[in-house]
Design a binder for this molecule. Structure first.
Ligand SMILES: C[S@@+](CC[C@H](N)C(=O)[O-])C[C@H]1O[C@@H](n2cnc3c(N)ncnc32)[C@H](O)[C@@H]1O
Length: 250
């Protein structure tokens, strides 16, 4: 154990106490307890993370967000599929149940969706699902090792229909470059949307990412593993479109 491991770091007490009210301010923490706190960074707000990034180097501890050990998180070595914004989780649960040979890491910010997904996992005994409630962009950036993913699902992301809101869309060139970096060679990025403008927006951005290659000539047929949602079924009967895009990491 290095000297830094034993160093009392009282300055972080306030931060940890904020996150864990059961920790009273008179407690002192070693850098080991801070490291385990950092490992739980999925629960940290952006402000907390910035505070840590700023404060830890001042007390001689290098702050590096640690990528998750996904095999450890799932308790086995199997292909890892990450889903961004699983909503209420029905699609994720169906896919995970149909593919027990793969592991599914679902990321969602919306609390009720996370609750619904937890219920589905318990009711269906899904041993191959793990859930994180956090911003997927930060998870992808800080917690996923390069080349760790066999696939990424982005199903019906918020379309942000107004032109002045396009900048809020999840699919942006920088984010797609980040996703591509996290995919193993041959791994795939699968997006689906029922909003035509977003479909073309995504096609343009994905096609411009040098690490990715389209599996289709433009939009892809819906892969069998993605079940039709009730909402989608209703829309299709009314003649509304749905567009799938499946790109592979070169
Ligand atoms: C339109 S819903 C689609 C939900 C689901 N995929 C489906 O097909 O029904 C988009 C979801 O993405 C989630 N979301 C949006 N941005 C996110 C982000 N940066 N990180 C994690 N989840 C996000 C929203 O909370 C919402 O539940």
């Amino acid at each position: 154990m290095s000297e830094a491991d034993n160093k009392p770091v009282s300055a972080t007490v306030e931060l940890i106490a904020q996150d864990r009210p059961e920790h009273r301010p008179e407690h002192r923490f070693s850098s080991r307890s801070i490291r385990s706190f950092v490992l739980r960074q999925g629960r940290m707000s952006g402000a907390q993370q910035r505070y840590l990034e700023d404060m830890l180097p001042k007390i001689g501890i290098e702050y590096r967000p640690a990528p998750l050990d996904l095999d450890d998180a799932f308790g086995r070595s199997a292909p890892k599929i990450l889903e961004i914004g699983f909503g209420m989780g029905e699609t994720t649960a169906k896919i995970a149940a149909a593919h027990p040979e793969q592991d599914y890491l679902g990321i969602e910010v919306h609390g009720p969706g996370v609750g619904a997904m937890c219920k589905l996992v318990a009711e269906n005994g899904l041993a191959n699902v793990r859930i994180m409630q956090h911003d997927a962009v930060e998870v992808m950036r800080d917690m996923i090792a390069d080349g760790a993913l066999a696939g990424v699902h982005v199903f019906f992301p918020d379309p942000w229909r107004k032109a002045r809101h396009y900048k809020r869309r999840l699919i942006q060139p920088d984010f797609v470059a980040l996703v591509a970096q996290k995919l193993a060679p041959g791994g795939y990025l699968h997006c689906a949307t029922d909003w035509e403008h977003y479909a073309h927006w995504m096609l343009e951005i994905l096609a411009a990412e040098p690490l990715l290659q389209n599996t289709a000539d433009g939009f892809a047929p819906r892969p069998d593993y993605r079940p039709l949602t009730k909402f989608e079924n209703r829309g299709l009967k009314l003649g509304h479109g749905v567009w799938d895009l499946v790109f592979r990491r070169r």
